[in-house]
Write a protein that binds this ligand. Structure first.
Ligand SMILES: [Zn+2]
Length: 431
C-alpha cells in the first residue's frame, strides 16, 4: 500500500529475510541485549541504506531527518531544528555497531558524528501496520444510517455533564469525531444575545468559533421577508451550509431557543454512507460525482460568494484504487447554474446519489425541543427541516408579539479545534 503519490513509498509487505529478529516493544524492553534494529544482511556495507524495526523498513535518511534528540527537536517548543533538505542523501551509520539500545529506546551514531535518539513509542508509532492512523489527520469514519446512529450510546449528552465530567466530554468528542452528530440537552435558553448566549459557551467549550459574514453566532427565526431560505417556514430539503466558501465550515451547532410550532422536524443524513454505497453499487456514477465540479453561490445583501467543489471530494492520497472520501458537497438551494456542457452522466449520477440520500432508512429525524442543541459535521452530515405552522391558528406570532415562535441560534466551529480536542482529550497524539 502506498501513502504518497510521489517520493518515499512505504511498502507494507516487505520480504522478511531469514535471520531477522523482530521484537515486540515488551520483549525489547525486557531483553536489553537484543538490538531493536536490524540492517539489511545482503550486499555490502555501502548498500545498507535502511534499518528494520518490527517488520518495517526505515531509511537512514528518514531516521536521521526524524532524529528526536534535543539538537534536532527543541525540547520545549518541540519544533524541528533542521530542514529535511539539510540531511545528505547518502547519510550512513558511523560503523557496523553504531545502533544501540538504550533504557528508553534506541540511539544511533552517524558517519557525520551526530548522535540520534528515538524512543520506543516513537518507533512503534511509525511502524504501525495501519499507517493511515498516523498520517491521515482524521479519526476513523463510522458510517451510519438511522438504525446505526440510534444505537450509538453517546448520541445525547446533557450540558451539565459535558461541562463537569471529563469522561462525558471525551465521549461527546469521540461521538463527533466518528459519527459527526451529537445532541446536547438542557442547554439554558434564557439568554439570547450573541455575547451572552449559552450557545457561545457550548461552542467555546468543545471548539473554537468560526466567524463568517453572518457573524460569530446567528439566528434562524420564523420571520417574514427573509433573504435566506432558512428563515421561512417552508420545507427545507437536505443540504449543507456555506459551500460557496473555499473552506466551508466543518462543524455547525444549532441551539433551539424557541419551538412553539407544529412540525419543524430536523432530519440528518450521513452523506458518507450514501457515497460509499454509491461507490460499491454504481462505480461509474461515483466517478462522475468525484470529478465534475459544481458551483455554489451566494449573491445577496452586499456579498458575492462563489466556489466550485465536486459532489464527492476525495483525499489525494493514498494514490491507489479507492482513496477515502474527504467531504461531500451537496446543497441544492445554493447551487449556481451548471455549465451548459455538463455531461448527461452527471445528471444521472446525481439522481442516483440523491435517491440514496433520500432513502427513509438513512434519515435520522428528531424535532429539537427547546433547550436542545445539535452539533454536526457540516462537511458530512446533511441537514433538513420539515415545514411548520404556528400553534395558534388565529395568526402569526411575530405579527402580534416580538417573540419568534421558532428560533434556532447557530454558529460554526473551526475544523481543527474539534480534532485538536479529539487528539488531546482522547490520547490520540502522534510524536
Ligand atoms: Zn539529532
Amino acid at each position: 500500500m502506498r501513502f504518497l503519490r510521489s517520493g518515499l513509498h512505504f511498502h507494507k509487505s516487505g520480504k522478511q529475510t531469514p535471520g531477522f529478529r523482530l521484537l515486540s516493544a515488551q520483549s525489547a524492553s525486557t531483553i536489553p541485549t537484543q538490538p531493536l534494529f536490524h540492517g539489511r544482511t545482503d550486499g555490502s556495507h555501502s548498500l545498507r541504506t535502511y534499518l528494520t524495526y518490527k517488520n518495517e523498513r526505515f531509511s537512514h535518511r528518514w531516521l536521521r531527518d526524524c532524529c528526536q534528540c534535543p539538537a534536532c527537536v527543541h525540547p520545549s517548543t518541540l519544533q524541528k531544528l533542521h530542514r529535511t533538505t539539510d540531511i545528505p542523501g547518502d547519510i550512513a551509520l558511523a560503523s557496523e555497531d553504531s545502533v544501540c539500545q538504550t533504557s528508553t529506546g534506541v540511539s544511533i551514531k552517524w558517519k557525520d558524528g551526530h548522535h540520534s535518539e528515538y524512543s520506543t513509542s516513537f518507533l512503534d508509532t511509525y511502524s504501525k501496520t495501519d499507517r493511515s492512523a498516523v498520517f491521515q489527520p482524521r479519526p476513523q469514519v463510522r458510517l451510519w444510517d438511522r438504525q446505526a446512529i440510534e444505537q450509538t450510546p453517546d448520541l445525547f449528552v446533557d450540558f451539565r455533564s459535558l461541562l463537569h465530567s471529563s469522561t462525558r466530554y471525551s465521549q461527546a468528542i469521540e461521538q463527533l469525531a466518528h459519527y459527526g452528530l451529537l445532541f446536547v440537552t438542557d442547554v439554558p435558553n434564557e439568554k439570547t444575545s450573541d455575547m451572552d448566549c449559552e450557545l457561545r459557551k457550548l461552542a467555546e467549550y468543545i471548539g473554537q468559533l468560526r466567524r463568517t459574514f453572518y457573524g460569530e453566532t446567528w439566528d434562524v427565526k420564523n420571520m417574514p421577508n427573509s433573504r435566506n431560505i432558512a428563515y421561512t417556514n417552508v420545507h427545507l430539503g437536505l443540504h449543507m451550509d456555506l459551500l460557496y466558501f473555499e473552506h466551508p465550515p466543518r462543524w455547525q451547532i444549532l441551539h433551539c431557543l424557541r419551538n412553539r410550532v407544529h412540525g419543524g422536524k430536523s432530519i440528518f443524513v450521513d452523506s458518507l454512507k450514501a457515497a460509499e454505497t454509491l461507490r460499491i453499487q454504481y462505480p461509474s456514477h461515483f466517478e462522475a460525482l468525484a470529478w465534475i465540479p459544481v458551483s455554489f453561490h451566494y449573491n445577496n445583501d452586499g456579498h458575492h460568494l462563489r466556489y466550485s467543489h465536486p459532489t464527492i471530494e476525495l483525499w489525494p492520497y493514498p494514490a491507489d484504487d479507492a482513496p477515502p472520501i474527504r467531504y461531500v458537497n451537496y446543497s441544492p438551494p445554493f447551487q449556481a447554474p451548471l455549465p451548459p456542457d455538463t455531461p448527461d452522466e452527471f445528471y444521472a449520477a446525481l439522481k442516483t446519489f440523491v435517491a440514496l440520500l433520500e432513502s427513509p432508512s438513512m434519515r435520522y429525524e428528531y424535532t429539537l425541543p427547546e433547550r436542545t442543541a445539535v452539533v454536526f459535521d457540516n462537511r458530512r452530515v446533511l441537514h433538513a427541516r420539515t415545514a411548520f405552522t404556528d400553534l395558534d391558528p388565529a395568526g402569526d406570532a411575530q405579527s402580534s408579539t416580538q417573540e419568534p415562535n421558532r428560533w434556532l441560534k447557530g454558529c460554526y466551529l473551526e475544523a481543527d479545534s474539534i480534532l485538536d480536542n479529539w487528539r488531546t482529550r482522547t490520547g490520540k497524539m502522534t510524536p
